[in-house]
Design a protein around this ligand. Structure first.
Ligand SMILES: *[C@@H]1O[C@H](CO)[C@@H](O)[C@H](O)[C@H]1NC(C)=O
Ligand SMILES: *[C@@H]1O[C@H](CO)[C@@H](O)[C@H](O)[C@H]1NC(C)=O
Ligand SMILES: *[C@@H]1O[C@H](CO)[C@@H](O)[C@H](O)[C@H]1NC(C)=O
Ligand SMILES: *[C@@H]1O[C@H](CO)[C@@H](O)[C@H](O)[C@H]1NC(C)=O
Ligand SMILES: *[C@@H]1O[C@H](CO)[C@@H](O)[C@H](O)[C@H]1NC(C)=O
Length: 485
């Protein structure tokens, strides 16, 4: 290290030691019971290490000076220049003396009770005014206990703050005003202690002035009804001392039914004021219409004015009373008629439907048949068709064809055709019927087929799905479909 650098190093060291003002220079000290507390002698020489003479701490009791090193209490700790209390109690109040050779120092300590209703003690708050929109900083730092504290919590008006940033820093708003308490949690000899530090923060408005500005349009047209009361609200953004007022006078005096209200002022978050004043017009009459009720906000820097104009409500102009009454009567009569018709409809429902069918001549039974065939075919494993001349109409022919299509092409269920009448007797038969294998066609031969042992019934049984010998009725099994028996 070069000789030139030494003075600089010494200067930095001195700066650090004097900036750490942790020693107790005040004569009268107030402490709160239950918190760790210390008294520290402010040594004139920065070299702490050089202890040439012995250090003594005394407390001035009623019966004389008590040497604190002899008066042993586990709560009181002597560390050279420092006297520590873990924690300080109400009976620690009194005079304390420090003695080191010829140097002495005295303090008057006043320990006050802990507040029962608050997380801080009002006597120990540090008040601070912050201008709105300027930086608000709450430094939760403790010169002496900082090293010991392993947790710091910030409270605002005794409620724990969600955003626990340290230091708490933001642009001040009026809502930030309040008591901010830093609580430092420390461990000592296995016990948890806390030290509090509270700031009383007041937010003050800035001193710059704005030009007053009225809210809303310059001309406010208000729709009114004659005979009703109305309130006109004139509001402006302005400075604390600025004026806002109504100008409602006419050449021939003031309207007797027009009344000016008081001015109310609310502070905005920006530190300006929102002033409002209400003009109340009772029992609006023709004279009040089409007249400008003016409102003005003013200070030495500027002026702003707006006009309120009362106009008659349009719908009141358009619909005269007798037209309105007639309209209401017509509406009521129509409603009554509708209710009667609906009631009649419900009572004579059946007659109405039958009357309708008679005239429309619709036959809903046909298409119903088709749906039935489709749904039954879906569930079947065999489709038995009995060809009988007496049933074969053109509608049935179509239904049979579509049923066959589903059976043959889509589901591939098996078809059994029973010729009750020979095929040759039919003029139209679906093409698909001719594709049936010959063994699937059974011919009914009057007397010969009647007996249970006849070939006809054996062949039919053979074409049906196999079934266990002991018949037991299964609900899920669907019986074959017979179009005509
Ligand atoms: C701080 O300690 C005191 C007792 O000394 C206790 O009553 C108080 O609740 C503690 N505060 C917090 C925030 O834990
Ligand atoms: C906090 O500050 C406000 C404004 O300066 C003051 O009125 C109030 O008395 C202070 N509160 C305490 C406990 O000192
Ligand atoms: C605080 O200190 C205590 C005792 O030294 C320790 O048990 C605890 O874990 C510490 N907490 C934190 C958050 O460091
Ligand atoms: C008038 O208007 C202002 C701004 O909109 C509003 O803050 C105030 O409450 C109103 N006053 C009344 C009496 O309605
Ligand atoms: C209100 O202002 C308008 C326009 O500035 C003006 O014509 C009118 O005379 C004023 N009315 C009153 C009552 O001062």
């Amino acid at each position: 290290m070069h000789c030139r650098e030494i003075p600089l190093t010494v200067w930095v060291l001195m700066f650090i030691s004097t900036s750490e003002e942790t020693c107790t220079s005040r004569l009268h000290i107030t402490a709160v019971e239950g918190e760790p507390f210390y008294l520290k002698y402010c040594s004139s020489s920065p070299e702490h290490g050089k202890k040439t003479t012995t250090i003594k701490w005394y407390k001035n009791e009623s019966h004389g000076l008590v040497d604190l090193s002899l008066h042993s209490s586990p709560r009181i700790l002597l560390r050279d220049y420092v006297l520590e209390f873990w924690p300080v109690e109400l009976n620690d109040s009194g005079s304390y003396s420090f003695q080191m050779g010829n140097d002495t120092h005295d303090w008057k300590l006043n320990v006050i009770p802990r507040s029962t209703h608050s997380c801080f003690t009002e006597k120990l708050v540090m008040s601070k005014a912050v201008e709105v929109k300027k930086s608000l900083q709450i430094p939760c730092e403790h010169n002496y206990y900082q090293q010991l504290a392993n947790r710091t919590v910030l409270y605002k008006n005794c409620e724990k703050m969600e955003n626990n940033q340290n230091p708490f820093l933001k642009n001040a708003e009026f809502k930030d005003q309040g008591y901010y308490t830093c609580v430092f949690f420390l461990h000592h000899n296995g016990k948890l202690f806390n030290v509090t530090k509270t700031f009383n923060i007041t937010i003050v408005g800035d001193h710059s002035n704005i030009i007053p500005a009225l809210l809303g349009p310059k001309i406010d047209e208000v729709k009114v009804e004659l005979g009703k009361d109305i309130q006109l609200n004139c509001s402006a953004l302005l400075n604390e001392k600025d004026l806002i007022y109504w100008n409602t006078r006419r050449k021939n005096g003031k309207d007797p039914n027009v009344h000016e209200g008081e001015v109310t002022r609310v502070r905005t978050s920006e530190g300006k004021w929102l002033a409002s004043t209400i003009l109340r017009i009772e029992n609006v009459n023709i004279r009040n219409l089409n007249f400008s009720y003016n409102c003005t906000a003013v200070n030495e820097g500027g002026i702003d004015t707006k006009s309120f104009l009362l106009l008659l409500k349009e719908d009141m102009v358009d619909i005269p009373g007798h037209v309105f009454t007639r309209g209401m009567i017509v509406a009521v009569v129509i409603s009554v008629m509708v209710v009667c018709l609906v009631t009649m409809g419900v009572i004579y429902r059946v007659d109405l439907v039958l009357f309708y069918r008679h005239f429309m001549g619709r036959d809903e039974t046909l298409t119903a048949v088709v749906d039935e065939i489709h749904s039954l075919i879906e569930k079947s494993r065999r489709l038995i068709i009995v060809l009988s001349k007496s049933y074969m109409s053109s509608e049935v022919r179509y239904e049979l064809e579509s049923g066959l299509h589903e059976a043959l092409v889509e589901r591939k269920i098996k078809i059994i055709l029973i010729e009750f009448t020979p095929v040759g007797d039919f003029r139209f038969l679906p093409q698909s019927l001719k594709l049936l294998k010959s063994h699937r066609v059974l011919k009914w031969k009057a007397d010969k087929s009647l007996s249970y042992n006849s070939r006809f019934w054996k062949n039919l049984l053979y074409l049906m799905p196999a079934k266990a010998v002991k018949p037991c009725r299964d609900e899920s099994e669907v019986l074959p479909v017979l179009l005509k028996s």
